[in-house]
Design a protein around this ligand. Structure first.
Ligand code: BGC
Length: 440
C-alpha cells in the first residue's frame, strides 16, 4: 500500500471518529435539553395546537400540575385539525406497544377498534369512585361504554352545527342573523356577493375533514330521521332524493367559499371571519376559542346561529382520554383521567376551549356568553346527534373513506358520483354498523 493510501485511510478514520464524537455530543445535548425536568412523568398526546386549543389544554394541564407537582407532564401535540394526522400515528404507536399514558380520542365508534383489540383497560372503578355516573348525561355515558364497561373519560361537549358570523360585516350590509332556512342563508350570501364580497363563506379544508363537516350538518338539516337513517347505515341507494338534495345544497354552499380553501386550516378559516374577510363559517364550537384569543366579544364582534334547519338539534363532538393497557406510568395516567373528569378540570378547560363541560354540575359563571347560550340550548334542544366526522356516529370502515369521497366532490361537484360512492361505502361497511342509534 502506498503512503498516500495510508494517509487517505487515516483521514477517513478521523472523519468517522469526528462524526461519532459529534453525534455523541449532539445526542447528549439533545437529551439534556429535552429531558423531562422531573424523573416521574405523564405523557399525553392530543391535537390541540391552535391558539384557543393551546390555551385550553394548558389550563387543564395546569390543574393536574397543581395537584401532582412532582410529575413532569410531557405533552406531545400533533397538529392537524380533527386529529387527521394524530389518529393514524396513534394507531401505529398503540399497535407497537408504545401507547402514551393517555391520548385524545373521540367518544363512540372511534374508540371501538381500541376496545375490540384489547388495547384499553376498563375504568369502571374510576367512574364509580368519582361518582361520575350521576353527573354525566346519559347521552355522553352511552358513548364511552362498551359491553357495559367504561373505557374513557369525556372532557367536553362540543356543538358541531354552528354558523359563526362577523357582526360588523352583517351590520354593514343590513343582514339579519336571524337565519333559519338555507334559502335565507344563500340569499344573505348573494347579497354579500352583489355588494362586493365575492366569497362570503370561509372554508379551511386542509386535511379534507372541514368540508365533510359542512356536509354532515347539511345532512342533519334534512331532518333527524334522515340523519338517523344515514348513521345507522340505512341510506344505501344512490338515487335517494334526500341525500341528493343534501349534496346539491353542499355544492351551492361551496360556490361561496374562498378559492384557497384546500390550503387553509380550520383556524385559518375562522381567522377570515374574525378579520371580516368573510362573513360566515360553519365549524364546531372550538372556533369560539379562536374568537376568544383574538379578544373578540360575543354579541359585539361576532355571533352564531344554528346551521339552518338544525335549530332544535345539538350535534355532538366529545373529546375523551382513556387508560391504555400496559402504559409506562399507570398511576399518573389514572390521576390524569381523574383531573380530566373533575369539575375543576372541566371548568378550567372548557371556558377557553369553546365547548361546554361534559358534566351537568359545571360552574356556569366561569363560562362566557356563547357558552352560556350553548349550555341553555343543550338543556332545551329536542334532538342530539353524534358527529360522524368527529368520530362518534359511524364505523371506521365507513369514515376512513368519507373524506376522500367528499374531497372529490369538492373538486367536481358531481352529485351522482358522490351519492354512488357514499352509498357504496355504507354498503361495504355494513357488517361494522354494530350500534343502532335512536335519536328521536
Ligand atoms: C376535536 C376538537 C378540536 C377540533 C379541531 C375536533 O375533532 O374534537 O377538540 O378542537 O377537532 O382540531
Amino acid at each position: 500500500m502506498s503512503k498516500g493510501h495510508h494517509g487517505a485511510i487515516k483521514t477517513v478514520y478521523a472523519l468517522i471518529l469526528a462524526v461519532i464524537i459529534t453525534g455523541a455530543i449532539v445526542g447528549v445535548a439533545t437529551w439534556y435539553f429535552t429531558r423531562p425536568a422531573k424523573a416521574n412523568v405523564l405523557e399525553i398526546y392530543h391535537w390541540w395546537t391552535s391558539g384557543g386549543e393551546k390555551a385550553a389544554i394548558t389550563a387543564l394541564v395546569g390543574v393536574y400540575e397543581s395537584k401532582y407537582p412532582d410529575v413532569g407532564v410531557i405533552q406531545s401535540p400533533v397538529s392537524g385539525g380533527a386529529g387527521y394526522v394524530m389518529k393514524a400515528l396513534m394507531k401505529s404507536l398503540v399497535l407497537a406497544g408504545e401507547a402514551p399514558d393517555a391520548f385524545q380520542l373521540h367518544a363512540g365508534y372511534e374508540m371501538k377498534p381500541y376496545v375490540d383489540g384489547g388495547y384499553l383497560d376498563p375504568i369502571n372503578d374510576l367512574w364509580s369512585g368519582q361518582g361520575w355516573e350521576t353527573v354525566f348525561p346519559t347521552v355522553v355515558k352511552d358513548m364511552v361504554k362498551f359491553g357495559g364497561n367504561y373505557y374513557a373519560v369525556p372532557v367536553n361537549i362540543h356543538r358541531v352545527n354552528v354558523v359563526w358570523y362577523n357582526k360588523a360585516v352583517l351590520d354593514a350590509h343590513g343582514i339579519s342573523a336571524n337565519i333559519t332556512t338555507w334559502d335565507a342563508f344563500f340569499a344573505a350570501c348573494d347579497k354579500l356577493v352583489a355588494e362586493g364580497m365575492p366569497k362570503p363563506i370561509a372554508l379551511g379544508d386542509q386535511g379534507k375533514w372541514a368540508a365533510t363537516h359542512v356536509l354532515e350538518q347539511i345532512i342533519a338539516s334534512e331532518g333527524i330521521g334522515f340523519y338517523q337513517d344515514f348513521i345507522n347505515g340505512k341510506v344505501t341507494s344512490a338515487t335517494n332524493t334526500t341525500l341528493r338534495d343534501a349534496l346539491t345544497k353542499f355544492s351551492k354552499y361551496l360556490s361561496y367559499v374562498n378559492d384557497n380553501h384546500a390550503a387553509l386550516t380550520w383556524d385559518g378559516a375562522t381567522a377570515l371571519v374574525i378579520n371580516g374577510k368573510a362573513a360566515f363559517n360553519i365549524m364546531g364550537d372550538w372556533a369560539n376559542g379562536e374568537f376568544l384569543v383574538a379578544n373578540k366579544v360575543y354579541g359585539v364582534d361576532y355571533g352564531t346561529f344554528a346551521v339552518p334547519g338544525t335549530e332544535k338539534m345539538y350535534g355532538l363532538c366529545i373529546d375523551c382520554f382513556e387508560h391504555p393497557k400496559g402504559v409506562k406510568h399507570p398511576e399518573n395516567s389514572l390521576n390524569w383521567l381523574q383531573v380530566v373528569g373533575s369539575k375543576e378540570g372541566q371548568d378550567a378547560f372548557n371556558p377557553l376551549k369553546g365547548s361546554i363541560s361534559a358534566r351537568t354540575d359545571a360552574d356556569t359563571t366561569k363560562y362566557g356568553p356563547y357558552q352560556q347560550a350553548a349550555i341553555a340550548d343543550f338543556k332545551k334542544v329536542t334532538y342530539m346527534y353524534p358527529s360522524v366526522v368527529h368520530g362518534s356516529g359511524m364505523p371506521e370502515a365507513f369514515t376512513a373513506k368519507l373524506d376522500d369521497i367528499m374531497s372529490a366532490f369538492v373538486d367536481n361537484k358531481d352529485v351522482s358520483a358522490a351519492a354512488t360512492s357514499l352509498t357504496k361505502a355504507v354498503t361495504d361497511a355494513s357488517a361494522d354498523f354494530t350500534k343502532v342509534w335512536t335519536l328521536h
